[in-house]
Design a protein around this ligand. Sequence first.
Ligand code: FAD
Length: 483
Amino acid sequence: MVEQVDLVVVGGGPGGYTAALRAAELGIKTMLVDDQPKPGGVCLHMGCIPSKALLHAAEVLNTAKEAHRFGIKFDSPDIDIEALRSWKTDVLTKLAQGVSGLLKSAKVDHLVGRAKFNDSRSLTVDREGESNVRVKFKHAILATGSRPTRLPFLFKNEADMDSPLIMDSTDALKLEEVPKKLLVIGGGYIGLEMSTVYAALGSEVTVVEMMDNLLPGVDRDLVRPLATKLEGQLKSILLNTKVKSLEVKKNSVVAHLEGKDSPAKLEVDKVLIAVGRVPNSEDLGLEETEVVIDEHGFVKIDDQQKTDDKRIYAIGDVSGQPMLAHRAIRQAYVAAEVLAGRPSQFDNRAIPAVVFTEPEVAWCGLTDTEAKEKGIKTASAKFPWSASGRAMTLAEPVGQTKIIYDPASQRVLGVGMVGPRAGDLIAEGVLAIEMGAVLEDLAESIHAHPTLAETINEAALTALSRIERQSQKSSSPSAAKTH
Ligand code: FAD
């Protein structure tokens, strides 16, 4: 069978389905090919959405547990794992049905099967139990996403890697059972989100992180309140610790560890490996095209999502860091619009990142860590949530809001937050950076009271009053004398 389309999008995740919908909206005859039966990709079925559904359940459990602080006591919860699992599946099913409906009404052909490029003008879709389809296209958008990194060298016998006692994030989100003892390898955002879920459901969770801090690369002042909270929720957090090997036994796994303050051995019921993700750029026939792949496996793109092959564009996880759904979605708009002849460009200054733990950690734009690395001169102002009326009424006064700005122009360069719902609040920081806002813009916009958003307003006011004090000092007669 041969099909002819203007555009074929390979991969039905948030990048792929958004690109297909936008292209169809702009009048391009589009086909979407995805190897999964339901559209939505990793994000909808094995990532963002199931993890957030389970984190909501964890938040309910933790809130109920801590409600005694304001006089409300609950009995120990009765957790029906099967019901929790089916609620989560229900959420995913409804969202996937929504995506299918959108594709249908936009008249995007949705083909289920695995695509492989024959050359820069055609690909073949291998469909299970059905005949292959050859698709001839004018343009293609690659949106094949990523998969969890595997660590085969940890196992004496490589087959043990596929033991049900060894999980990756996809397995962990299936929530087949709640192990009594769980070892999580990796203190990045996926490891910490899943640790929060399993600890709330009753597992004794140990997190092992090779670096000297959780969430490596994230500003330490933002991580600290989370680390303190996690210390209370988890059995232990082993930093500066390497897992040397994993020994899979009949009903347990023995982890051999190396670290100054870590035990040499740890026996657990299950292990979750969450050490990052790799792009899906192999087995796609890309060698038959002009597409270039970098040393990390990412497809090389320019700021219009074009690859080195003039007919092929790439978006989402397969096209580089940060591997986040909202980056994929923005890139999808850019690719579809460029293909429709519009002057679109991925010129965003701020890509927010959110860790949906308790408390949440969120940041966008320039971070202190990055400014230090690049030698960029910045100043920052913080507002502690212990002084926020709204945080107090939520019985969660743990957190802070930080604004990083250019001391010369007072332009907002970065915003970082830690605290409940920081992930929602960071949107104001993104808008401020994209609009080129200065401190005054954030300080003089009225923020509703009492809300957590006021902490952004307060941090900007803190910065401005410090600048005012400094300028008064430097213009005072005594300051003039000393200089
Ligand atoms: P994907 O969503 O990976 O979709 C790619 C699709 O292409 C898949 O369906 C794949 O099967 C298909 N495919 C691959 N090869 C082929 C082929 N040859 N032929 C046909 N189809 C193919 N991001 C956030 O922004 N926020 C979060 O809260 C968040 N939480 C996460 C939690 C977890 C546990 C994980 C694992 C990830 C999370 N992410 C989150 C990351 C997010 O899921 C990804 O950034 C996002 O899914 C990338 O979208 P994509 O369109 O590039 O590809």
